[in-house]
Design a protein around this ligand. Structure first.
Ligand SMILES: Cc1ncc(COP(=O)(O)O)c(C=O)c1O
Length: 373
């Protein structure tokens, strides 16, 4: 989708917020631990390359992405720091990950056998950096048992074109008050770790929630994602360990303002009828921008006042009820602060009955991203 520069709807990302969130975490980390910024999914909707730049200036030592292409995007932008792909890589793409020097997980024996068969046919410039993925209880990708991990490691060691660079796991409930399942996963991973004949360069278990709420889990690297964008990984469940600073604002302007008498219909399906004479404003954002139809009935901020979204959300526009006449061109805040009031990504997620991760990722590539220092 083409970026729509010629309309007033913008995402504004505050680089300083990203830097501060990262610096704060680094100050708390034990000596010798490194922070890798998770910038997958276009930096959780914030823009991958710009977020990565801000993360490095805040002290991040590397990056995590989900796909090969996300890794290549960072390399093409000039980043030379380590990059770890977190998802399963297609065997046929191994020469590509070698070319771009991307580390990636080995998560099953079947995959490893296919990879070795593929590597027998090609030669890579430098050994591929692999991270063994342990499924300690997420049920997603990775080895379940110590035996499987040791067998995979033996195969990796027998493969001259692979280098055992890391081992990692991912917690399913690190953002919950009840730590029983977290403790169980931690225990399973540590048992596997203790059985290893040697430690790789990177051992990593912590996502944001683990880093914020769990003392001293193992590892010399953390995969710091949503918290670097200033968002509480638990939503409402747990209090932030330190104040996270939200990095993203979503703003627009009124493109039309009209007075309608009582009894006039607004939007498709005429789901809202003016109750009295009302000022109605139109804002150029809609479900094609990720401002989905569930946002009907939510609010935006105009001159510090909450204004309801009335009628159905259209593909490209919404209508809002204004408390009085405003000039066309008046700023509208959809996420962020305006006149002493604030709408957060968490508020948006609550309205959408989802999590802020999803609400942020939904903000589509049609909305231009701008960055402030
Ligand atoms: C394997 C893995 N590590 C780290 C993260 C980062 O998690 P968070 O954004 O909660 O810090 C994710 C996010 O989905 C992930 O899948």
């Amino acid at each position: 989708m083409v970026e729509s520069l010629h309309r007033p709807t913008r995402i504004i990302v505050h680089n300083e917020a990203i830097r501060q969130n990262i610096k704060h975490e680094i100050e708390r980390m034990p000596q010798g631990r490194e922070l890798f910024a998770v910038v997958k999914a276009n930096g959780y909707g914030h823009g991958a390359v710009a977020t990565a730049k801000a993360a490095i200036s805040g002290g991040a030592a590397g990056f995590c992405v989900a796909t090969v292409d996300e890794g290549i995007e960072l390399r093409e932008a000039g980043f030379t720091e380590p990059i770890v792909i977190l998802g399963v890589v297609e065997v046929a793409d191994l020469s590509l990950v070698a070319e771009w020097q991307l580390a990636f997980p080995v998560a099953s024996r079947q995959w490893l056998q296919k990879a070795r068969a593929y590597l027998a046919e090609i030669s890579v410039a430098a050994p591929l950096a692999v991270h063994l993925k342990v499924d300690s209880g997420m049920g997603r990708i990775g080895f379940r048992s110590k035996q499987e991990v040791l067998a995979a490691l033996a195969e990796i060691d027998a493969e001259a074109q692979m280098n055992f660079e890391g081992i990692f796991t991912h917690f399913a409930t690190a953002d919950e008050a009840d730590t029983a399942y977290y403790d169980e996963q931690n225990h399973r991973f540590n048992e596997i770790l203790q059985a290893l004949p040697r430690m790789p360069r990177y051992v990593h278990v912590s996502n944001s929630a683990t880093a914020l709420w769990h003392d001293q889990p193992v590892g010399n690297m953390i995969r710091f994602g949503v918290a670097l964008y200033g968002l509480n990984p638990s939503g409402h469940a747990l209090a932030e360990s330190y104040p996270l600073i939200p990095a993203l604002e979503l703003v627009s302007r009124l493109v039309q303002v009209k007075y309608l008498e009582a009894g006039e219909g607004i939007g498709y399906g005429e789901t809202y009828i003016t109750e009295q004479g009302e000022w109605i404003g139109t804002v150029p954002i809609g479900y094609a921008d990720g401002w989905i139809r569930k946002m009907q009935g939510f609010k935006v901020l105009v001159a510090g006042q909450f204004c309801e979204i009335v009628g159905r959300v259209c593909m490209d526009q919404i209508m809002i009820r204004l408390p009085k006449e405003f000039a066309e061109g008046t700023p509208v805040t959809l996420i962020g602060k305006n006149g002493g009031q604030e709408i957060t990504l968490q508020d948006v997620a609550d309205q959408q009955e989802t999590i802020h991760y999803e609400a942020a990722c939904l903000l589509s590539s049609r909305i231009p991203r701008e960055y402030t220092d």
